[in-house]
Design a binder for this molecule. Structure first.
Ligand SMILES: NC(=O)c1ccc[n+]([C@@H]2O[C@H](COP(=O)([O-])OP(=O)(O)OC[C@H]3O[C@@H](n4cnc5c(N)ncnc54)[C@H](OP(=O)(O)O)[C@@H]3O)[C@@H](O)[C@H]2O)c1
Length: 381
């Protein structure tokens, strides 16, 4: 460790500013890079001609995951990359896959210095990218804004470290801590600004997950409806062990447009299954938790991670939310409270803002119209 530290060069005053810009740039493709994390790269050069440092190349992991961000930024910079500094939000890769390693490409382009943020837990990288750069004569300054960069690729990091996708649980709560009314269909709890924020959060996740109760009660669309961002709708996962969802429901009718998976038991009615499959729905076979008889969540999440899903937004309802909380499977919790009360007939939320404050670290608090938006880090990642 001491030798490693000696090999690195110290942070410079401008580093945080450019790294913050690279992290913002990376967010453009969050949730759209397949199994790869959304990484950002900026190539910055200072010709000491009084103009100060300037960005000459920008790259973000391409849709689907390739090419990597470094390749795009180097292509844009061209010859201007020689002698420049590259700001990369994740340690550059060091392994030969379908393309040569990014660390090698940075050396070949004549980059003089690499400033990196998050460490890559992928065993094929994990320090080897930095070592390759140093061996190639490149100065390396690691871990600049590492925590901020890691937050943007939380799902990818969780999948590597824990073998399951990163989980965000989001619930809308009435003033009196209710999430809906049983038999009352979709109950409007929050206003348009929070709703747009929710759609933005959806776009940044690989998948949205709800329980059969919500699917049947609300017949939700579970897509991203922000103008111009419809193609950023994540996959939909419905936990429906007894296959209660029918082909007439919206999720099934739109399954050809947005990937829709039902997590169900092998014993589910084969005719119903065939009708849903004909509508374009796919299935994930689940096992039952021996204690509750419900879908065993750790096994399901492991299977979903194996399909390349890195981040899931769990949008309820109450039973599903409670199961994820009880199993300690929530990494990020979003609670949005609306101004109106629902009353005693409402479904009680499994957690409220006060309880969340006691258990978790508050990351963000905002006021959106008449609503309050709270985001907690649950520390599981
Ligand atoms: N305010 C909000 O943020 C929000 C969000 C979503 C929904 N809602 C509201 O919540 C209500 C629905 O909530 P809900 O509690 O009835 O339904 P739910 O949580 O959406 O679904 C529960 C069902 O999921 C299935 N399931 C499979 N595995 C499970 C597991 N490990 N743990 C728990 N359930 C599992 C079970 O189906 P089987 O019974 O077939 O086994 C269970 O009955 C609706 O009124 C809806 O409007 C509110």
């Amino acid at each position: 460790m001491a030798n490693e530290a000696r090999a690195f060069s110290p942070e410079r005053p401008e580093d945080r500013r450019f790294m913050a810009a690279a992290i913002r740039f990376a967010a453009r493709h969050a949730g759209r890079t397949g199994t790869n994390p959304a990484v950002g790269t900026l190539i910055v050069r200072d010709d000491r001609d009084g103009r100060g440092p300037r960005i000459v190349g920008r790259g973000v992991t391409a849709l689907g995951g390739r090419p990597h961000a470094e390749a795009g930024a180097l292509a844009e910079a061209g010859d201007l990359a020689r002698g420049a500094t590259a700001y990369v939000t994740l340690e550059p890769c060091a392994h030969h896959g379908r393309t040569p390693p990014c660390a090698e490409a940075l050396v070949a382009a004549g980059i003089a210095r690499v400033v990196s943020a998050a460490a890559d837990p992928d065993m094929r990288v994990d320090g080897k990218g930095h070592a390759m750069l140093i061996a190639g004569g490149v100065e390396v300054t690691p871990r600049v804004m590492a925590a901020e960069a890691a937050r943007g690729i939380e799902g990818y990091l969780t999948r590597h470290r824990r073998g399951r996708p990163g989980i965000t649980l989001k619930l809308a709560l009435s003033r009196d801590g209710r999430i809906g009314i049983r038999g009352g269909g979709q109950v409007k709890i929050t206003g348009p600004v929070s709703d747009s924020q929710t759609h933005l959060v959806r776009a940044r996740h690989d998948a949205i997950l709800v329980g059969a109760g919500t699917a049947l009660e609300d017949d939700p669309r579970l897509d991203c409806r922000l103008p111009g961002m419809a193609d950023r709708s994540p996959a939909r996962i419905i936990l429906d062990p007894n296959l209660r969802v029918s082909p007439e429901m919206t999720v099934a009718k739109t399954a050809r447009n947005v990937s829709t998976m039902i997590a169900t038991f092998e014993t589910a009615d084969p005719e119903r299954r065939a009708a849903l499959a004909a509508a374009g729905v796919s299935f994930i076979a689940c096992v039952a938790d021996p204690e509750t008889g419900r879908v065993a969540l750790p096994e399901l999440l492991e299977d979903l991670a194996a399909t390349g899903i890195s981040s899931i937004l769990v949008e309820g309802g109450a039973m599903i939310a409670e199961s994820f909380l009880q199993a300690d499977l929530v990494d990020r919790l979003i609670l949005v409270t609306g101004p109106e009360a629902i009353g005693a007939a409402g479904i009680a939320a499994p957690i409220d803002v006060d309880a969340a404050r006691r258990r978790y670290a508050l990351l963000r608090q905002d006021v959106f119209g008449a609503d309050a938006w709270y985001e907690f880090s649950c520390g599981a990642a």
